[in-house]
Ligand binder design. Sequence first.
Ligand code: AHG
Ligand code: MN
Ligand code: MN
Length: 320
Amino acid sequence: MKMTTLTEHVDSSWANDPAHEGLGSVVKAIADGARQIQAKLQAAAIADVLSAAGGVNVHGEAVQILDEQSSDTFIRLLGESGSVAAIGSEEVAEGVLVGDSPDHRWVVLMDPLDGSSNIDVAVSVGSIFGVWKRPPNEPVTPETMLRPGSEQVAAVYTVYGSSAVLVAATAGSVQGFTLDPSGGGFRLTHPDIRFPEKCQYYSVPDGYYKNWDAPTRAAAEMLRDTYSLRYVGSLVADFHRNLLKGGIFWYPADTKNPDGKLRLMYEANPLGFVAEQAGGAASSGSRPILDIRPEKLHQRVPLMLGPAGAVERTVSILNT
Ligand code: AHG
Ligand code: MN
Ligand code: MN
């Protein structure tokens, strides 16, 4: 049976829908970039680009060569789409202002390569994108990139693993695609993804237990007593497994990272949008992720993503 391609799905879903005009070209640019990054990752050791690029990013973290190459690739392709007004990237200190013609309708915040500490050990990594509509008739400024996650129109993530996967979410729809290695691009392999009823896994960086306060420890103990641990250290891979199989991901705040480690705009917001559209929940532990009014492009937030019941139970113990 011929599987629908990403291009066919996008064109049939949004072709005559003014609210999503140009969004298809954004998703296609992401898919093109994902194909290129997947090929780069597979050849990384041979091309000798596994090492750090030297220098640190705005977060003070060592930048891998592939972090920079992924960021450059997606910025180029999103710019060439002609539909993107501004881009925020984990690897770029300030936002990239692309254009403010009427066609430049979309604003993209991205983590171009998530889990990059896993690249040199062949563990799955991925890319994460939040897509907001540019406020019409407004000039494009850095503030254009600082809107709450609840105002996202779409979110996309990719996982480069045993297969290359792209998941695209819009209101009420989460669709999963797999890159066809025999050519033909991404094909619709996981239509209408929803969190399973049963939660079976939890993903928590347990090694930081000593840096957690008492409520965090109590909530982590409940998870440990209830579910099976799965944690690969790539947020997007841990999230994708939990979305398909039923699991909760939680990166708490701790004494070293009082605001948590993960970034609100291009990790928590996009995956929080996907989680909610798949019937789940996203919380900082004290409030829904998507309600947070951002102040800085690279601000951090504690992040809990998963089936609504598991998230609610964890949040209630955390706030006891
Ligand atoms: P990135 O590679 O984009 O910096 O993200 C890494 C993040 C996330 O992918 C993962 O969940 C987390 O770092 C793992 O952190 P620890 O190594 O502290 O567990
Ligand atoms: Mn990341
Ligand atoms: Mn990253």
